[in-house]
Write a new protein. Structure first.
Lengths: 403, 172
């Protein structure tokens, strides 16, 4: 026994309590999708976590093997419902790689414009809902308000707002209507204001910083081991953007920066997204300036449907249309891996073709699958409320996670 | 600057006859190897040729595709950011009696990816810490992406799934 007034006897042993096991999800507003987490809590600290996925599995890959290449386009959009148009652009890009064709310059520019718009709305929703998780509701309205404007543009361009079914193998289905590029330019001008307002509310906000800085840290090593790409990877110091490194659709022509942070925490991920939205705006404006007149589809009759007046007025056009619809596009036998920079990272399609009208094997490499696999590790030792904030900042889209 | 063709040449030079098949299509290259050589090839790629990233891991069922001697392939899509080059390594799996060595200790993402290949194709991975189904339910019978699994087959799955926390090794 030591003396009652000695220093050592006043040290209090930490209170030990039993760990409390709780389930978060699969249906829980904080998970933004059907994700299930099982967490052991020590007080309010996460002592142990495991994730289970598959609640939204609907057999995309099996379905894609059972229908013609062009019929996969609408399915592809439903993988990532935050920026759907990019997924179908990427799917068509993969099929074009397999076919060995390239869409015309104007179609490439339209794909860049729509894909970057998809990135902006993806990040807008991610940041908006993530801040709601932390109690900051105002930003959500600013962000969603802006998203509406982009949805209006999409509606004008394609006739649909969310699932637009715009891309085609060999180009895009419609040219931009009269004046659309100018409206797009105006909407882009508004983005700076929205970003300014939201960033002004959060980036130096004490509560936000306390909730996010040093929380949910993905280190560079962890990012490499878990193949974490996109904004989450760049926030962890992985200076890699497929638009820069392996450009497609003429991205090499546009001047833009790749935002990189080093801390890898929730704060860094949010800031990378803010800056990426700004870069996307720059790309869209440059693409609008540089867009060339011309066709929006390849003229190859084995890939592109003939114009309607040919279908209705000539025998060859009608036969061509019929052959493509009934017998499909037939890429040569072979396999091809195509990767584009999606909203959340590397969106890869691995296609094996047997020469028929449907792929033998379609594998999608969804960025979220890799990004989410790291999640149980980064929340261990964090407060459960901050784990929810970290989850929002990883931006897991259950649609492409589970396919 | 290293191209995919250079990588293929380096791998073939280093592994000789252990490369069962070299494949190239539209500038993309791949090699097919036997399961026993997998870890050696991937470590060679990672450490010597600077392929730090396992970008993707997928299974393919070639039942009835052509006259190749194996039914399944497990495809490792590698990425080197340093050299800005990609490369694919494919493992030939004769049938589901053959298992593939796990690489989850080299890349943590392989843990989930290998579970998916097991779930969808029934290809087993040796030394995997937690080889359970990942997308389909525990009660699911068969492997959904196999070519002999009909697309319209339905199964009634009703049992609640077991606790997921019991498996600590997933967190390793």
């Amino acid at each position: 026994m030591s003396h009652p007034f000695s220093k050592s006897s006043t040290e209090v042993a930490p209170l030990h309590s039993d760990l409390l096991t709780i389930n978060i999800g699969p249906a829980h507003p904080a998970t933004h999708g059907t994700l299930r987490l099982q967490i052991q809590l020590d007080g309010e600290t996460v002592a142990n976590a495991a994730a289970e996925i598959g609640y939204l599995h609907r057999g995309f890959e099996k379905q894609a093997e059972a229908c013609q290449y062009q019929l996969v386009i609408p399915y592809a959009e439903r993988l990532n419902y935050m920026g759907p148009v990019h997924n179908s652009n990427a799917w068509c890009h993969a099929c074009e790689g397999l076919l060995g064709i390239e869409p015309p310059a104007r179609a490439q520019s339209l794909r860049v414009i729509t894909s970057e718009m998809a990135r902006i709305i993806d990040h807008a929703v991610c940041i908006g809902t993530n801040l709601v998780d932390m109690g900051a509701l105002t930003n959500f309205w600013y962000m969603y308000n802006y998203r509406e404007k982009i949805y209006d543009l999409m509606e004008e361009l394609t006739g649909a707002r969310m699932m637009v079914n715009y891309a085609r193998i060999g180009g895009v289905c419609l040219d931009a209507p009269e004046g659309w590029l100018e409206s797009a330019r105006r909407v882009m001008a508004d983005l700076a204001e929205v970003l300014g307002e939201v960033q002004g509310l959060v980036s130096r906000n004490r509560i936000f910083m306390d909730r996010t800085q040093g929380v949910g840290v993905i280190t560079r090593e962890l990012a490499i081991s878990h193949s974490v790409t996109g904004p989450c990877g760049r926030a962890a110091g992985v200076n890699w953007d497929l638009r820069k490194a392996q450009p497609y659709w003429g991205y090499e022509k546009y001047a833009f920066d790749v935002p990189v942070e080093t801390t890898g925490d929730t704060y860094a991920r949010t800031m990378v997204r803010f800056r990426e939205m700004e870069e996307s705006r720059k790309i869209i404006l440059q693409a609008i300036d540089a867009i060339k007149d011309g066709p929006v589809m390849v003229s190859d009759h084995l890939v592109a449907l003939p114009p309607k007046d040919k279908v209705y007025n000539t025998m060859e056009g009608l036969i061509n249309h019929f052959k493509l619809v009934m017998h499909g596009i037939r890429p040569p036998r072979g396999e091809f891996y195509s990767a584009t920079e999606g909203g959340n990272g590397e969106l890869g399609y691995y296609i094996v073709s047997d020469g028929g009208p449907a792929a033998w094997r379609v594998r999608i490499r969804p960025p979220c699958f890799a990004n989410y696999s790291v999640f149980p590790k980064i929340i261990t030792g964090q407060l459960v409320a901050d784990a929810v904030a970290a989850l929002g900042s990883i931006n897991v889209i259950a649609g492409e996670l589970d396919r | 600057m290293m191209t995919e063709a250079d990588v293929a040449a380096r791998v073939q030079e280093h592994f000789g006859a252990r490369v069962l098949e070299a494949y190239s299509f539209r500038g993309q290259h791949a090699v097919t190897i036997a399961p026993k050589d997998l870890r050696e090839v991937l470590i060679f790629l990672r450490d010597v040729l600077k392929f730090e990233w396992l970008a993707d891991l997928a299974g393919v069922d070639y039942l009835g595709f052509d006259d190749r001697e194996w039914r399944f392939e497990v495809v490792y899509a590698m990425l080197s950011m340093e050299n800005n080059v990609r490369f694919r390594v494919k493992v030939a799996v004769t049938d589901d009696s053959v298992s593939v060595p796990s690489v989850w200790d080299l890349w943590a993402i392989a843990n989930w990816e290998e579970r998916e290949v097991w779930d969808m194709y029934g290809v087993r991975f040796d030394n995997h810490p937690n080889l359970r189904r990942i997308l389909c339910h525990d009660e699911f019978v068969g492997h959904a992406l196999r070519k002999d699994y009909p697309i319209n087959r339905r199964q009634k799955l009703s049992a609640p799934s077991e606790s997921i926390l019991c498996v600590r090794s997933e967190l390793a």
